[in-house]
Ligand binder design. Structure first.
Ligand SMILES: [Zn+2]
Length: 98
């Protein structure tokens, strides 16, 4: 199964939007931040499954937040990162110091 970003975001909308909308953008953002912190802890550990779970949670909360503020993740991502670096315009980034 290929999971397109747009499809994943719609799936998150179907499962969680009634709760996400009630919580609102600011609190949903705080959940995303907490999940990013948990991802930061997981990359210091050695548990691959736990690491995968944290990536999934970050992606899920990012999609939830995008739903609450009515942003299409796939459109936003491809609008900025479409096969090349948005800064140096190269297919393999040549920006200094990144
Ligand atoms: Zn670049």
């Amino acid at each position: 199964m290929i999971l397109h970003i747009d499809r994943f975001q719609n799936m998150m909308r179907q499962i969680y939007f009634h709760r996400d909308a009630r919580r609102g953008a600011q609190d949903t953002y705080l959940w995303l931040v907490e999940e990013v912190e948990e991802l930061g802890e997981a990359i210091r550990g050695e548990n691959k499954k736990a690491l995968e779970n944290e990536f999934a949670d970050v992606l899920a909360w990012l999609a939830s937040l995008a739903n609450v503020v009515d942003v299409k993740l796939e459109k936003a991502a491809l609008g900025k990162y479409n096969e090349k670096c948005p800064k140096c315009k190269q297919r393999s980034c040549e920006c200094p110091n990144q």
